[in-house]
Design a protein around this ligand. Structure first.
Ligand code: GLN
Length: 386
């Protein structure tokens, strides 16, 4: 049998998605892969029923159905003040997952380097490698998961083609400040690199945090490739709707990558999702409040275990330090948690460049009753821990 491509031997299948499978096998409460167990807004479900009976069952325009892109441009302008041409500045993708792959393949030639903060969402390294690029890792330091400006300066000396910024950040919950983003942008300008941002949690930010979309900062638009998704904002992770937003010259190239990768995102779902993009501002305020309540509930549960963790400023993940449980690796701890405790999390090492046995990542995008049930199970850890 011929051998498969060598580049595939340097990364594994997604540990996040693997933990969901393990959780299902053991009937555990799944706080690993981040997705809600509650319904999307009723407006979207009604629009989906309507879309099923309308004339939108064949391919949409490959870079996105015009009605969807128009609604998207209006929503982006309302929140970030960017006046976008839906034909020139946007490509609709199958989730931010495809958007990131498209961004990376659009920005990088084989052999180029890409700066990635570590810990990082596990797709980024795979995206870089699949597009032939080589990641340069810059550590984020707990407990705040900030970066050392000198580390970043050193990374840029290696002449990267791009830097990836997940904001709010998965898995750390860090929200980058305007000053941090300005520093990243300044380095990108000095070294003529792209900034690829991934912002699916833009509406899940806790007081006093504030999400700044880097593309909207002065002078940033032309070198920023913004990736985003409707998954988290409208609780529709299974719809796989995302987008790339960038300058026209970049989008013209990104459209080609997207077209040959997937042709397009599902047409009926784009049609239905317009109802989400047209929701009033109060929807997003309510979403923020809903997640703040979940966060407080889940952090209370974690506090009672006695295990240390960093409070997220945004997104819906918490990195919990499980060293006190005495397992040799985080994977062993995560497997024990699924099998014996009945709660699934993601071994933290899958987000780090260096082996890091300390953390399990949990998410709290769940109904209150699910979180309380997880809390009853996790209470066992208090007796075992420090
Ligand atoms: N973003 C989610 C997580 O980190 C999962 C996304 C996915 O599996 N595509 O858990």
């Amino acid at each position: 049998m011929p051998s498969t491509a060598k580049r595939l031997s340097v990364f594994t299948e997604s540990v996040i998605r693997g933990m969901t499978r393990l959780s299902n096998q053991h009937g555990a409460i799944n706080l690993s892969q981040g997705f809600p167990d509650f319904d999307p807004p009723g407006e979207l479900l009604a629009a989906l029923e309507k879309a099923a009976r309308s004339d939108c069952h064949q391919y949409a325009v490959t870079w996105g159905a015009p009605r969807f892109r128009k609604a998207l441009a209006r929503k982006i302008e309302a929140f970030h003040g960017l006046s976008l041409d839906p034909d020139a500045h946007l490509v609709v993708t199958c989730g931010s997952t495809e958007a990131m792959m498209v961004a990376m393949m659009t920005a990088c030639d084989p052999g180029d380097r890409v700066v990635v903060f570590s810990p990082f969402y596990e797709n980024y390294a795979a995206d870089a490698i699949l597009s032939g690029a080589e990641p340069i890792y810059v550590p984020l330091h707990p407990p705040g998961f900030g970066f050392d400006p000198d580390d970043l300066r050193r990374a840029f000396k290696q002449r990267p083609k791009a830097i990836v910024v997940c904001n709010p950040s998965n898995p750390t919950g860090k929200v980058f400040t305007r000053e941090e983003l300005a520093f990243i942008l300044q380095l990108a300008e000095e070294h003529d690199a792209f900034v690829i941002t991934d912002e699916p949690y833009e509406h899940i930010v806790y007081d006093p945090g504030h999400h700044v979309s880097l593309a909207a900062m002065p002078g940033a638009f032309d070198r920023t490739i913004t990736c985003n998704s409707l998954s988290k904002t409208y609780s529709i992770t299974g719809w796989r709707l995302g987008y790339v937003q960038a300058a026209p010259g970049v989008i013209a190239q990104a459209r080609k990558v997207h077209d040959f990768l997937t042709v397009g995102a599902a047409a009926p779902l784009q049609e239905a999702a317009v109802a989400g993009l047209e929701l009033p501002r109060s929807y997003y305020e309510e979403l923020g409040r809903l997640y703040a309540v979940k966060r407080d509930l889940f952090l209370g549960i974690l506090r009672r275990t006695g295990l240390p963790f960093t409070e997220p400023q945004g997104a819906y993940y918490v990195m919990v330090d499980v060293s006190a449980l005495g397992f040799r690796t985080d994977t062993a701890a995560a497997e024990w948690l699924v099998r014996e405790v009945g709660v699934a999390g993601v071994p933290g090492s899958s987000f780090f460049r260096e082996p890091e046995p300390r953390y399990i990542r949990f998410h709290f995008a769940k109904r209150e009753e699910t979180l309380l049930a997880a809390g009853e199970r996790l209470a066992r850890l208090a007796r075992l821990g420090a």
